[in-house]
Design a protein around this ligand. Sequence first.
Ligand code: 2AM
Ligand code: CA
Length: 271
Amino acid sequence: MRSAILNVMANAALKAARGLIRDFGEVEQLQVSVKGPGEFVSTADLKAERILRAELTRARPGYALLLEESGATAGPDQRHRWIVDPLDGTTNFLHGIPHFSISIALERDGEIVAGVVYEPTRDEMYAAEKGFGAYLNDRRLRVSARRQLGEAVIGTGMPFGVRADQPGYVDSLASMMSATSGVRRMGSAALDLAYVAAGRYDGFWEFGLAPWDIAAGILLVREAGGYVSDMAGGHEMMTTGDVLAANDHLHLPLAALIREALRGGRVTRRV
Ligand code: 2AM
Ligand code: CA
């Protein structure tokens, strides 16, 4: 049984997902057209956001909103704020790669108290409420129990475009490549965090993410028994956009690895 608020969030995600799935089918067709699916995808993204805004506002009229496409809207309720990414993994969507998600978080007094990440193509609904655990559909989630870095599979997001020269990223990647059992880069940070919560990834790191990419995912990881920090080991993920998530055995060694990489000292394999 989901709580009333998680129901609101899950139903909003399901409703927006129906449009995304339809549009994704169209995008697959548009890959071969000369014009490409670019404009069509922007419209799909905006349509999903409009549905989410309408559903969330209808259920909780006074709450403030922070949406990826339309930005911030204040509300008479000073305590609550929705933080929403209507389409995380836009590049995948644009290229017809079926790996994207909808992310919805609820913040109360500056703290994330509920989060939903939905993956439309697999019909996987990740949901968490502070103090009540994290779930994938009806199954309770737990982060992985792996203790050895050498056995760990770690997710990441690679900076691109104007952010491609993110200082230290390539060094952190090189360190992870030699110290772990492998790195994955799948292109939706919200789902990456959900995968840590589900014990699929043993950890995840990325720099420079936006609040809507990570707000729901952070709660999922925490409620699944994992650890989330920024790269300095603090809790400024939502302001710095830098995120390291892992189970509690691996969080410290991964943090050390990234810190050393950022200092310029390559770390070689430790088992
Ligand atoms: P988006 O698909 O909503 O744009 C991929 O690394 C993750 O980072 C995605 O969650 C993506 O969100 C987000 N992201 C957005 N802009 C980015 C950028 N310039 N560089 C890297 N990641 C970005
Ligand atoms: Ca995003």
